[in-house]
Design a protein around this ligand. Structure first.
Ligand code: F6R
Length: 613
């Protein structure tokens, strides 16, 4: 989520860092900083001015001393700690010699910080990242060179990271490492670069190398060498990069939507990281609500718009099933105009990717006026919704650029289901063994999503066969219903074709009259307990001449009897299926849109964030 750049051996260090940070803008950021390091001197500048942070940083750097050949730069997308200059990277150790930048989440930062403070270290930020600077400082004080000091520190941290460290007492060296978060090294004669993403160094380096998980690399002006966590030498794989800047910013994909669809396993992993304590308690660092307050919840009302509304609908099933609390879901633009009832114990949850959707903000304001406690589920740290709410849970999907929401949806479902599990723990409506199994199951969804993504070409073949169709009905039961709604929304907004989502059982109550040859019915048929009923609904539409597309699990041998086309997905626990089943539906909408020559990232008439009612 954060952007990283580093350089050693450069004659224009400052512009390399600032231009690199500017090129990471598409990742989104709320603050930015650089550190220039040379023998005995570390010069640092940081700014937190939202999307203007790099511009503000540029101004601060007008006073930077000349002659530095090495440095680090960072753009931050806050996860722990508010987006303020003190929390912006680089962070320094107590001596001020060591500078670190970090992308990711250090899961055990709390306990590490406690131990470091007991040993006299002084922290100056509210971030999980700063522990790294102090851990490296301790190892350096034991005489380890920077490479070994970083290695020793990584042996005690848990979580996801791409980090880079410099030390003014060992100048012209950067040591970097990764676990999960991306990192590349670039080389040019006499200069070595480091970045979270190729665009940051695309026009500077002539060769690029990928750092793999748990590899540590030492960069000097003459080049680099890498080791693994045991200290054994490893070779970095060279990347064949012939991208222009635009392609590079899209991660090599044709458009942001494809990039974001493919980022879904990472979005899930980030959203779920650092959410369970040693004793099994599910916890949200950023949720400013006590256990007692949560225990008092008697009714939950979810308010949201569009895709976020569909994620909220999934949450209704999970919260009611697991925590036995009654849940209502409202379209946010309707909530404030229907004279809503807010009783003691009503918790209102506003769900929004941007956190700036005016309908949802107005709905949560109305709820607060009527005395409700409000929790925001937001993908953007410090968004208006997050600031105004009494408490917040962040989905950590990273910036979503494409207008059609994809990775935000799976992250919202994951965060809301995790919240449902927390409520169930507090209300003791599930036994610990079941919470544990569901938590582990939720953590396995990312891998199932990755497998669903591998079936892209099968989905494309189905879309090709249906390019002439003009009317689509998406059907589902239980959580398959919100999945169907979301599948229909993706198709209509991307292709401009008529697509509606329905609970499959509702078909006979009216819409069946519209079914005739040429109409396509897309059914979510992955839940074994709903399977028979869905099959008979599909038989009804098939008998009336519709073409049938079914999303079905790999082991489903009966679906072929009613479906003309089958989109296969790996089986998962029914409550988790929306996160997996939506993948072929996103890919289907995308393939149809491309086939029809639509602009997938910018559908007509739509804006990414709706700030007017
Ligand atoms: C659909 C889509 C919109 C948004 C809706 C709410 O692909 O992107 O329906 O989901 O405008 O936006 P947020 O989640 O930012 O409140």
């Amino acid at each position: 989520m954060c952007g990283i750049i580093g350089v050693v051996g450069s004659t224009d260090t400052l512009s390399t860092l600032l231009e690199g940070l500017q090129r990471l803008e598409y990742r989104g950021y709320d603050s930015a900083g650089i550190a220039l390091v040379r023998s005995g001197e570390t010069w640092r500048a940081r700014s937190a001015a939202g999307t203007e942070s790099v511009a503000a940083l540029r101004l601060e750097c007008e006073d930077a001393p000349a002659g530095f050949t090495s440095g680090l730069g960072h753009t931050r997308w806050a996860t722990h700690g508010a987006p303020e200059a003190v929390n912006a990277h680089p962070h320094l150790d107590c001596s001020g010699n060591i500078a670190i930048i970090h992308n990711g989440i250090i899961e055990n930062h709390g306990e590490l910080q406690e131990q470091l403070e007991e040993r006299g270290h002084v922290f100056t930020s509210v971030t999980d990242s700063e522990v790294l600077a102090h851990l490296i400082e301790e190892s350096r004080s034991e005489g380890l060179e920077l490479l070994e000091a970083v290695r020793a520190s990584l042996l005690v941290v848990r979580g996801a990271f791409a980090i880079a460290a410099m030390d003014a007492t060992e100048p012209d060296v950067i040591v970097a490492a990764r676990r999960i978060s991306p990192l590349v090294v670039g080389t040019a004669p006499g200069v070595t670069y480091l970045a979270s993403d190729v665009p940051a160094i695309l026009d500077r380096a002539s060769a690029f190398y990928a750092v793999n998980d748990d590899e540590i690399v030492r960069l000097g002006p003459e080049g680099f060498r890498a080791i693994d966590l045991e200290g054994s030498p490893v070779r970095l794989r060279q990347l064949a990069i012939d991208w222009d800047l635009e392609t590079a910013q899209k991660g090599g994909y044709d458009d942001f939507m494809t990039k974001e669809i493919n980022e879904q396993p990472d979005a899930l992993r980030s959203t779920l990281l650092d959410r369970r304590r040693h004793d099994g308690t599910i916890s949200f660092d950023e949720l400013r609500m006590s256990d007692d307050e949560l225990r008092e919840v008697r009714r939950v009302v979810l308010v949201a718009a569009g895709t976020s509304h569909h994620a909220a609908l999934v949450a209704k099933y999970a919260i009611e099933r697991w925590a036995r609390v009654s849940v209502e879901v409202d379209i946010s633009s309707e909530y404030r105009y229907r004279d809503p009832i807010v009783e003691i114990g009503t918790l209102v949850i506003g769900v929004s990717q941007s956190g700036e959707t005016i309908d949802t903000i107005q709905a949560t304001r109305e709820a607060q006026r009527r005395g409700a406690r409000v929790v925001a589920i937001s993908n953007v740290v410090d968004s208006s919704l997050a600031r105004e709410a009494d408490a917040v849970i962040y989905t950590r999907a990273g910036l979503e650029v494409s207008v059609a929401s994809t990775k935000a949806f799976v992250a919202q479902v994951a965060a809301l289901e995790l919240f449902a599990l927390r409520l169930a723990q507090l209300r003791e409506t599930l036994v610990p063994r079941d919470v544990e199994a569901l938590f582990l199951g939720l953590n396995a969804v990312g891998a199932q999503v990755a497998r669903a993504l591998e079936r892209r070409s099968d989905v494309e073949a189905v879309a090709k066969g249906l390019l002439g169709a003009r009317d689509f009905f998406f059907l589902g039961r239980h959580v398959g219903f919100p999945t169907a709604l979301e599948g229909a929304l993706k198709l209509k907004e991307l292709t401009y074709l008529h697509a509606e989502g329905y609970p499959a059982g509702e078909l006979k109550h009216g819409p069946l009259a519209l079914i005739e040859p040429g109409v396509v019915v897309v059914a979510v048929a992955t839940d074994p307990s709903m399977h028979e009923k869905i099959l008979s609904n599909l038989a009804e539409v098939k008998a009336r001449g519709a073409s049938v597309v079914a999303v079905a699990t790999d082991d489903d041998e009966t679906i072929g009897a009613v479906a003309d086309y089958v989109l296969r997905v790996p089986a998962s626990e029914p409550m988790f299926t929306p996160m997996v089943d939506i993948v072929p539906l996103q890919l289907f909408a995308y393939a149809m849109a491309r086939g029809l020559g639509r602009n997938v990232d910018r559908p007509r008439n739509l804006a990414k964030t709706v700030t007017v009612e």
